[in-house]
Design a protein around this ligand. Structure first.
Ligand code: GLV
Length: 328
C-alpha cells in the first residue's frame, strides 16, 4: 500500500512526528493560529487520516469533504468535538487518548481547588499590583481544605485520581456516577457512593469529571447550584458546557456558593464577562493536562493509533471498533 496521506492540524511534538514521519506522507498545519474551518476542509480532502485537536469539529460536513478519510485521531481524552456516530456511518475509525493524562489532570484539579479556597490568584494580584502593605491578621482569609468534604462528580479514571489525593488531606470523599465503583475501589479511595443531589447538599468542594453528553450539559445549573452550601466551591476541569456559566455567575453574585475554579468554558476561548470580573473565581485557559510530558504522551498516542490502522492492527484507543468489524 502507498504511504498513507495524513493531515495533522498541529505540528505536534518531535516524539510524535518521529512516529508519523517514517510511515506516513504528512501535512502538518504549522501556523500558530488555529486552522480555519475552510482550510481544514480543503486540506482534509484526499487525506487517509487526520490527527486533530479538540478545537476541530469533526462532523458530517468535514467527513463529506474528505471521503477518503479512514481515521480521525483526537489528541484529547474528551471527544465531544467528534461525531463518532457519523464517523461510524462512513466507516471512519476514531480514537482518543485515555489514561495518559489522568494524574496530570487530577493534579491540576487540586491546584485549582487550593487556589480558589486559599485565594492564591487574589494574593498574586495584590503583590503584582503593588498594593500589598504587608502581613495583616484578616488578610485574604479563605476556606480550609483539610478535613472538609470533597464531592467528585463522575468517578472514572480522573475522578478517582482526584479522590486519591484527598486521602492526604484527611477529607471525607463522596462520589456520584451513573455506575457504582467496585467495593475494593471505594475502600482503597475511602470514597462513599452517594446520590448526586445529596452530594451537592453536603460537599464543601465539588469537582466535575464527567464527559460532555446531552445529559451532562448544564449539570451545574440554577437548580443544582441552589442545593449547594453557601461555603462550597465548584471546580471544573471537564468540559465547559457542563456548567451553565450565566447561572454560576448569578449564584456567585447572590453568594449562594463561595467560589469557583474553572479550566474550561462554554464558548472557548470566550469567557463569560461575569466570571472575569469576579475575585471569587479562579480562571485557567484549559491547561489541566498541559505538562510537557503528558501532552507529548497524548500526541504520541494519537500518532500510534494512526500508524496501527495502516499497519493492519487495531488502533489501541479506537472508539468505534464496529468500523473494523465491518471491514474484516
Ligand atoms: C482535554 O481537555 C482532553 O480532553 O484531553
Amino acid at each position: 500500500m502507498p504511504r498513507p496521506k495524513v493531515l495533522s492540524t498541529h505540528p505536534l511534538f518531535p516524539a510524535a512526528r518521529t512516529i508519523l514521519d517514517a510511515p506516513c506522507d504528512m501535512d502538518y498545519w504549522k501556523n500558530p493560529e488555529r486552522i480555519p474551518r475552510a482550510e481544514l476542509l480543503a486540506r482534509a480532502a484526499g487525506r487517509d487520516a487526520m490527527v486533530c485537536l479538540l478545537t476541530e469539529k469533526v462532523d458530517d460536513e468535514l467527513l463529506a469533504a474528505a471521503p477518503t478519510l479512514r481515521m480521525v485521531a483526537n489528541v484529547a481524552v474528551g471527544y465531544d468535538n467528534i461525531d463518532v456516530a457519523a464517523c461510524t456511518r462512513r466507516g471512519v475509525a476514531a480514537s482518543n487518548t485515555p489514561g495518559v493524562l489522568d494524574e496530570t489532570t487530577a493534579d491540576f484539579a487540586w491546584a485549582l481547588l487550593m487556589a480558589v479556597a486559599r485565594r492564591i490568584g487574589e494574593g498574586e494580584q495584590l503583590i503584582r499590583s503593588g498594593q500589598w502593605k504587608g502581613w495583616d491578621l484578616d488578610q485574604l482569609c479563605g476556606g480550609d481544605v483539610s478535613g472538609k468534604t470533597l464531592g467528585v462528580v463522575g468517578f472514572g479514571r480522573i475522578g478517582r485520581a482526584v479522590a486519591r489525593r484527598a486521602i492526604g488531606f484527611k477529607m471525607r470523599v463522596l462520589y456520584s456516577d451513573a455506575v457504582r465503583a467496585p467495593r475494593e475501589v471505594e475502600e482503597e479511595l475511602h470514597a462513599e457512593f452517594i446520590d448526586r443531589d445529596a452530594l451537592f447538599a453536603v460537599a464543601d468542594f465539588i469537582s466535575l469529571h464527567v464527559p460532555l453528553l446531552p445529559d451532562t450539559h448544564h449539570l451545574i445549573s440554577t437548580a443544582t447550584l441552589s442545593k449547594m452550601k453557601a461555603t462550597a466551591y465548584i471546580i471544573n476541569t471537564s468540559r465547559g458546557p457542563v456548567v451553565d456559566e450565566a447561572a454560576l455567575v448569578a449564584a456567585l453574585e447572590a453568594k449562594k456558593i463561595a467560589g469557583a475554579a474553572l479550566d474550561v468554558y462554554e464558548r472557548e476561548p470566550q469567557v463569560h464577562p461575569g466570571l472575569i470580573a469576579r475575585k471569587d473565581v479562579v480562571l485557567a485557559p484549559h491547561i489541566a493536562s498541559a505538562s510537557l510530558e503528558t501532552r507529548t504522551k497524548m500526541a504520541c498516542m494519537a500518532a500510534e493509533n494512526v500508524v496501527a490502522l495502516f499497519d493492519g492492527r487495531r488502533p489501541p484507543n479506537i472508539l468505534n471498533p464496529d468500523v473494523l468489524a465491518a471491514k474484516s
